[in-house]
Structure formats: structure tokens, C-alpha cells
Design a protein around this ligand. Structure first.
Ligand SMILES: [Zn+2]
Ligand SMILES: [Zn+2]
Length: 276
């Protein structure tokens, strides 16, 4: 049953973590630092609530959006493949065949062992959303990492700021100090982890690579270097175009996870050769 995919311990764990970070940041640390009834407290609470809501929304879009299924009856366009003679065309067609699905797969599609099917422009299978990250939900996944990183950094500033400003002489019991230090360390580690993931996906997004392609092309880069050439990723058509292909043509919609009407069918992608 399809709905079973949404009943997952990892999804529950992420939702609980979001709840804990939100509750702790607003109702414990921010309240303790400036008070929620002050204008500074209220302003920060509203900003943090908006960021947390965007993180939650992006997460839900990632979970509920199908990453992209190969259209039934799909057949690779071997006429436009690199092979010029019949034999090389057949070889090309074979590499685009998935033995497990007994079907052809479009360029950039890969078979996911967890989902047990081919996924269009597969990036990776993400345990935390219990879903593949692929053609249709990569934008939501990217924005999830963006909003989660900003929220986490915001929370770090509030928790650490509160700890630094606190009058430990009069209020500091050992238990309270331990709680503050543990919270500060945990949220800093979360920010660092998310920040690293964000940096990685900014790199991939601006160069129009998936995680799978990045690791797969290591050999191609090496071979090109060996023969004195420079390897060029076929789908890297320039930073701005790469960005608009994922985030959309209208900048105003770039930051909205479900604004994905620009997403094409995912069976073909513009290449460097097209723009020559
Ligand atoms: Zn497959
Ligand atoms: Zn998968």
C-alpha cells in the first residue's frame, strides 16, 4: 500500500526534532532571554515561527511528492545518441535499460533499490524523508536544507546568546548550566551538519549535477585529464540556467517549495551540445 511509505520512524523522528527545537528556542531560551511579551521577543518569535513553518512545509512537500516515475512505454531516443553506427546505438540503448524494472530508463534516471523502481533524475534515496530525492522533489529538498540551516543557525544564536547573557551568579545551578551547554552544543552541531549539506547542494545545483552523477563522473574526469582534455559535464549549461531549471524561471517563486509548474517530464534535459 502506498500510504505505508508515510508511516516511518525517520519521518516521525524529524517531526519530533523540529518540535523540540521550536519549543526550546521560543518557549525556553527566547522567553528566558528577552521575554515573549517584549517587542524583541515577539518579533524574534514571529520570524522564527515563519522559518520553522517553511522548513516543515518543505519537508512535507519532499515526503509527499513523487520524485518522478518513468512514463510507461518510454523508449530512449537512440537516434540522437552519440553512437553513429548501428552497433554503438544498440550498446547505448542497452545502457539505458533497467534489468530490474525490465524497461528502458531516460538519461539521468537510476534504479533505487529501496523504492524498487527507476527514479527520474535520481539524486539519492533519503532516509529522513523515506523517499527518493529526484526530478520532481529536488527543489523542495534543496529548500528544506536552506530553511532548516537558517532556522538552525537562528536557534543557535538565540540559545548561545541567552546562555552568554544569563546572570549565572544568581540563577546558575549545575543542572541548569548542563542543560544550557548541552543545548548549545547540540544545536551548533546540527547547524554545522546542515550548513555542510547546504554547501554541497549549492555546489551541485549551480553545476547541474546530481549526487550520483558527481561520484560517477570521477572516472570520466580522470580519463579526460589523462588524454589532455578537460571533462565537461553534459548538463552544466551555466549557473543561471542551472538554477532556473531547478528553482523555476520566476525569481519570486524560487523560495516556495511547491512552485514547480516549470518542471518538465524529466525524460530529457538540455545539454551543452544543444547550446552550441
Ligand atoms: Zn529500474
Ligand atoms: Zn528511493
Amino acid at each position: 500500500m502506498k500510504w505505508r511509505r508515510f508511516v516511518s520512524l525517520t519521518i516521525l523522528a524529524v517531526l519530533i526534532l523540529m518540535d523540540i527545537v521550536f519549543y526550546g528556542t521560543v518557549f525556553i531560551f527566547l522567553d528566558d532571554w528577552v521575554g515573549l511579551h517584549s517587542s524583541a521577543g515577539l518579533t524574534n518569535a514571529v520570524i522564527f515561527t515563519v522559518l520553522a513553518s517553511l522548513t516543515l512545509f518543505s519537508f512535507l512537500v519532499c515526503v509527499f511528492t513523487d520524485p518522478g516515475v518513468v512514463p510507461s512505454g518510454y523508449f530512449p531516443d537512440i537516434e540522437t545518441s552519440d553512437g553513429s553506427d548501428q552497433e554503438s546505438r544498440e550498446t547505448e540503448a542497452l545502457t539505458k535499460h533497467c534489468d530490474k524494472c525490465s524497461a528502458y530508463k531516460p538519461p539521468r534516471a537510476h534504479h533505487c533499490r529501496v523504492c524498487r523502481r527507476c527514479v527520474l533524475k535520481m539524486d539519492h534515496h533519503c532516509t529522513w524523508i523515506n523517499n527518493c530525492v529526484g526530478h520532481r522533489n529536488y527543489k523542495a529538498f534543496f529548500l528544506l536544507v536552506v530553511y532548516a540551516t537558517i532556522s538552525s543557525l537562528y536557534s543557535t544564536v538565540i540559545i548561545v546568546g541567552c546562555g552568554v547573557q544569563k546572570d549565572w551568579e544568581s540563577a546558575g545551578t549545575l543542572r541548569l548550566k548542563t542543560f544550557y551547554i548541552t543545548s548549545g552544543v547540540m544545536i551548533s552541531l546540527l547547524s554545522l551538519t546542515l550548513g555542510t549539506l547546504l554547501g554541497w547542494h549549492i555546489y551541485l545545483l549551480t553545476r547541474n549535477r546530481t549526487t550520483i552523477e558527481y561520484y560517477a563522473e570521477t572516472r570520466a574526469v580522470w580519463l579526460a585529464k589523462k588524454s589532455g582534455q578537460i571533462y565537461r559535464h553534459p548538463y552544466d549549461v551555466g549557473v543561471y540556467r542551472n538554477l532556473t531549471m531547478i528553482l523555476g524561471p520566476h525569481m519570486l517563486k524560487w523560495l516556495w517549495p511547491s512552485a514547480s509548474s516549470h518542471v518538465k517530464d524529466g525524460t530529457s534535459f538540455p545539454t551543452v551540445r544543444d547550446s552550441l
